[in-house]
Design a protein around this ligand. Structure first.
Ligand code: MRU
Length: 325
């Protein structure tokens, strides 16, 4: 078996073959399981931009393989860096590739390290999850969004023996919760209940949520965390209701060059994603649209950040610096 594929969990979002890389086409899930093959950096960049492969650690791994496929050409770095702006894992992976002597070995290492980090985060994070907890999560921070196992869903997977259940928010407009998280949990045999995003406050107010666990796309030095749009309101609601709000992310998601969340670049995605879904359009012509793909949750609303190196509780400039040292 190829080393980059060794030890991955049942869901394999990325399959590396040395002269090509395959991505499980996440646009089609859960209706259809098919792979898109990329043979150069342009094709990998397109797959990232078009959401064939998505999730912060997964796009970092994808970019690393894209560089290998183009033998480290300056063009490969340029086109991959321009694919999506928010998840810092992409730029972190490109930085590692730039510094590497053996590109293929480095990309395979990035992949293997991500998988190991997720398993470690799962073990650490599971200690925060009570027996029989009803765990709310947002977007998809699962095996699909990483090299395998997942960050937030890794914590959830590692808590399976505690008889937990999951509440997955749909995650408008791209439906990563409804399509991807719900699918992963069904595959895993973890009870999962799907809600639309606007139902979270109601469930929390009725005492039906014990803990919230989400992933991250970029964490500033002070702990402010960019994640899928809709994460911030969940954190506000969790705070209002005294519910612990945890972020699970590998060290590759921290950006210590950015002092606070204000400076995190937020991707704006196409209008069409808000005007309708796939072939169906429900909004009238002439309406204006906003489609920021991420929001920033201030560190003060985050109970703890779990990473493979430990737990920053509460996340502050100091606790994060100590964790990543
Ligand atoms: O736009 P996406 O689907 O790439 O956004 C993904 C998220 O926001 C995830 O929560 C984040 O990348 C963490 S994935 C382990």
């Amino acid at each position: 078996m190829d080393p980059a594929n060794h030890g991955a969990s049942a869901v394999q979002p990325i399959r590396w073959h040395g002269d090509s890389v395959e991505f499980l086409d996440q646009r089609l899930l859960p209706r259809e399981l098919s792979y898109v093959t990329c043979r150069n950096a342009d094709e990998v960049a397109r797959a990232i931009r078009d959401m064939v492969v998505r999730g912060a650690p997964a796009i970092g791994c994808a970019a690393a393989f894209g560089v290998v496929l183009d033998h480290g050409s300056p063009h490969s770095y340029e086109v991959l860096a321009a694919s999506r702006p928010t998840a810092v894992n992409l730029f972190w992976a490109l930085g590692r590739m730039r510094a590497a002597k053996d590109l293929r070995a480095e990309a395979e290492k990035i992949f293997a390290e991500d998988l190991a980090a997720n398993r470690r985060m799962g073990d650490l994070g599971a200690e925060l999850i009570p027996e029989r907890a009803r765990v709310m999560t947002h977007c998809n921070a699962g095996a699909l969004a990483t090299a395998g196992y997942g960050t937030a869903l890794g914590v959830i997977r590692s808590s399976k023996s505690k008889h937990i259940s999951v509440i997955a928010s749909e995650t408008r407009p791209y439906l990563q919760g409804a399509r991807l998280t719900a699918w992963e949990m069904v595959q895993e045999g973890i009870p999962v209940t799907l809600i639309t995003d606007n139902m979270a406050g109601h469930l929390m107010s009725r005492g039906e949520v014990d803990v919230v666990v989400v992933g991250a796309d970029r964490i500033a030095a002070n702990g402010d965390t960019a994640n899928k749009i809709g994460t911030y309101p969940l954190a506000v609601l969790a705070s209002r209701h005294g519910i612990p709000f945890y972020v699970a992310a590998p060290s590759s998601t921290f950006d210590l060059d950015i002092a606070s969340g204000r400076d995190i670049p937020i991707e704006e995605r196409p209008e069409a994603e808000v005007l309708g879904y796939r072939e169906t359009r429900w909004a009238p012509d002439g309406v204006k649209v906003r489609n920021p793909a991420f929001d920033v949750t201030p560190a003060g609303l985050i109970t703890a950040i779990v990473c493979e190196k430990g737990i920053a509780r509460p996340p502050t400039r100091e606790s994060i610096a100590a964790l990543l040292r």
